[in-house]
Design a protein around this ligand. Structure first.
Ligand code: NAI
Ligand code: MG
Length: 358
């Protein structure tokens, strides 16, 4: 299979971990006789420094023409003072919007060997396997107006959705639940927000098309609490953009570290974008200690969702699991014992386990 992949390293540890995904994909390509070609483009702070804008035209064009996009992370204190309209995050939000990637899938499944890495009790997290589906191109992140008023002394952000935008993401929630444990939790704030009341109506309407899926509505504050007190009650969670952002960082606690979580940003058909859930981690950037596994697992999601290469994706996930079983971990995973390794060593260990698979 021939595929063209765009690499957008971005900033901070994004630049360190993107390489890990590339070498792992190259190993898969040679094992299975695929031909993956990679082209690197600028986004975020990196693009601001080099081109004066967080999302150059050239980057957008390349992504449109590619089979899939892998992104590291963007942002950092270096760009804190740049005007709001050219902040690094605008690059990330912009490419998601440009590519129409309305569904962000964030699987949260703990590896057995990392049960001790979570600050939560083992009996609480055991058996949890959640897919968080975050709406990605609307909601509070994009609603207009979003601006300062009265000489900067008052401010407005807007949570806006059309019924169609709600329908397609909620459909994705039901479809995903259908091929998993057939349970969908819709998270909203319907006791306060009008947008959430329409969201609930749409969920109820859609539920009629999926009689095999059980549906539950949860308010976002209760969902935040239940996610860490009874995570195994969840199967698929579908929710608004900002709610999904917050809940998925929270859910990462189940897996031991934010550095473990991959994500897939997709649309009904067309190019998909794959990136770890974490940010550019300026506090550890440049030290060679970033956990590359969220990035590597994102590459596995790319193989599965964009290219239909399920076996290859599973190989990567198994190799990651093997490394952890062998006791290797990066500094962000607080595990007593085992062997602590850096980004490059961890990547090499994944490669070794890929090639020695039975
Ligand atoms: P962050 O996710 O970058 O870091 C949070 C904490 O987790 C830090 O202590 C960091 O060291 C640690 N961490 C994250 N990923 C790790 C990894 N792979 N290995 C080891 N440790 C890891 O979030 P933070 O600090 O709030 O934001 C830093 C910058 O990243 C900001 O500019 C923010 O806007 C941006 N950001 C970008 C995102 C993206 O590109 N998708 C997402 C979230 C934040
Ligand atoms: Mg986030």
């Amino acid at each position: 299979m021939k595929k063209q992949i765009i690499l957008l390293p971005g900033d901070g540890i994004g630049r360190e971990i993107i390489h890990s995904a590339k070498v792992v994909l190259n190993a898969i390509a040679s094992e299975y006789n695929h031909e993956f070609t990679f082209h690197q483009h600028a986004i975020g702070g990196d693009a601001i420094d080099n081109y004066g804008v967080p999302l150059p035209e050239d980057t957008v064009k390349a992504c449109h023409n590619a089979d899939a996009v892998l992104l590291g992370a963007v942002g950092g204190p270096k760009w804190d003072q740049v005007p709001a309209n050219i902040r690094p995050e605008k690059g990330l939000l912009g490419i998601r919007k440009e590519l129409g990637l309305f569904a962000n899938l964030r699987p949260v499944k703990g590896f057995k060997s990392l049960l001790h890495a979570s600050p939560l009790k083992q009996e609480i997290i055991e058996g949890s396997d959640i897919l968080i589906i975050r709406e990605l191109t609307g909601g509070l992140y994009f609603g207009q107006p979003s601006e300062r008023r009265n000489n900067g002394n008052s401010v407005v952000d807007t949570l806006s959705y059309t019924r169609e935008e709600m329908e397609r993401i909620i459909d994705k929630g039901f479809q995903s639940a259908r091929i998993r444990k057939k349970h969908l939790t819709s998270v909203d704030k319907a006791n306060v927000l009008e947008s959430s009341r329409l969201w609930r109506e749409v969920v109820e309407e859609k539920a009629k098309d999926y009689p095999d899926v059980t549906v539950e509505h949860l308010l976002v504050d209760a969902a935040a609490m239940k996610l860490i007190t009874n995570p195994s009650q969840f199967d698929v969670i579908v929710t608004e953009n900002l709610f999904g952002d917050i809940l998925s960082d929270e859910a990462s606690v189940l897996t031991g570290s934010l550095g473990m979580l991959p994500s897939a940003s997709i649309r009904t058909d067309g190019v998909g974008l794959y990136e770890p859930v974490h940010g550019s981690a300026p506090d550890i950037a440049g030290k060679g200690i970033a956990n590359p596994l969220g990035m590597i697992l994102s590459a596995a999601l790319m193989l599965r969702h964009s290219f239909g290469l399920d076996e290859e994706a599973s190989d990567i996930e198994k190799a990651v699991n093997e490394c952890l079983e062998q006791g290797y971990h990066t500094a962000d995973l607080r595990i007593a014992g085992g062997t602590q390794v850096g980004t490059e060593e961890m990547t090499n260990l994944v490669l070794e386990n890929l090639t020695t698979k039975s």
